[in-house]
Design a binder for this molecule. Structure first.
Ligand code: LMR
Length: 330
């Protein structure tokens, strides 16, 4: 009898072993993005991993995939909705299929500086936008900054006339298409991972991006002239799969929320410095950087301004006004 019991206990223990071993496996959480690790988003994603694993030891393992390694622009949101990845942080220009309100961030010369962006995002309208795609399965957990965009081509771009007839790469945003059409240029939507080669082969003549993206993608090797135009914004929404997030155990959700908060703080602290450092490196390369005079800047502003009216209906006049109000007070 004793022998039988021992055998039964042992058998039960054996049967349970794989289960308990399974229970101890940390949850694998995948974070995919398209930029280099040394950029504001790259750094923030690594911080998120570090803090999440510290707060939830043995419970989660965060795998960060930079540089479109796992999914590129076209696929990352789709993969999130399918549950193949748990966090992505696309630029706000890449959500057009899901909501039109975020197009306010693409309007040329909408935000004079990052302080205005912060104020807008912290306000009622900016916060409501985080939930604007929930019905479509996407939940925004916060905004991460990159910075303001600069123009480049293989000739100086000082007034709108200089851009006429040139092909510019744009992100998948109709506002950005309209922005380049407004100055007589030809916009081409292209995934981020394809831009360097398109510039190198001449498939496109120019581009717009932040200094940190420009330098980390080595655009200074294939563009001779950069203009510090600060004409638009690259900013991100960190999104997760709403269903997956709402089904997480309480402790994990709390830990990840805290980690996201810390990563956001780090992102917003380092973004400006990373862009300034990158600008200095571009300046030290063979490429030239041009500053605009106030009169030149005004010409770009006036040429691109009709884009606001064109998208007012889609975005909502009240949303544009809210953004404009913070801009005027920053
Ligand atoms: C781009 O496609 O130019 C950027 O949105 C890339 C990024 O995520 O910063």
């Amino acid at each position: 009898m004793g022998g039988f019991l021992t055998r039964a206990v042992l058998a039960a223990a054996f049967a349970l072993a794989p289960l308990s071993a399974f229970a101890q496996q940390p949850m694998i959480i995948k974070f995919s993005h398209v930029v280099a690790e040394g950029t504001p988003k790259g750094q923030a994603a690594l911080k998120f991993k570090e803090v999440a694993e510290k707060l939830l030891p043995g419970k989660v393992k965060v795998e960060v995939y930079p540089n479109s390694q796992l999914f590129g622009d076209a696929k990352e949101i789709e993969a999130l909705l399918l549950g193949d990845v748990h966090f992505v942080a696309p630029s706000l220009s890449k959500f057009q299929k899901f909501t039109k309100v975020l197009q306010v961030y693409d309007l040329p010369f909408m935000f004079p500086n990052m302080e205005a962006v912060d104020k807008f995002q912290d306000g009622k309208v900016g916060q409501a936008m985080l939930k604007s795609m929930e019905k479509k399965g996407l939940l925004g957990l916060g905004y991460w900054h990159n910075g303001l965009k600069q123009l480049s081509a293989n000739k100086p771009l000082l007034v709108p006339e200089d851009a006429k007839g040139l092909k510019f790469r744009v992100q998948s945003s109709d506002v950005l298409v309209a922005q380049f059409q407004a100055v007589g240029a030809n916009p081409q939507k292209l995934a981020f991972s394809e831009v360097y080669q398109a510039l190198q082969t001449g498939a496109v003549d120019g581009q717009e991006n932040t200094w940190s993206n420009i330098y980390s993608q080595k655009y200074q090797e294939v563009q001779s002239d950069f203009t510090e135009s600060n004409h638009g914004l690259i900013d991100y929404m960190v999104v997760t799969n709403a269903k997956w997030w709402n089904g997480l155990p309480k402790d994990i959700k709390e830990g990840l929320t805290k980690a996201m908060k810390e990563a956001t703080a780090v992102n917003n602290k380092v973004a400006d410095k990373l862009n300034q450092d990158a600008k200095a490196k571009v300046a030290a390369s063979n490429a030239k950087i041009h500053e605009l005079t106030p009169a030149q800047r005004k010409q770009w502003q006036e040429a691109m301004k009709p884009v606001w009216k064109k998208f007012e209906k889609d975005i909502g006049a009240n949303v544009i006004k809210a953004a404009q109000d913070v801009g005027n007070s920053s």
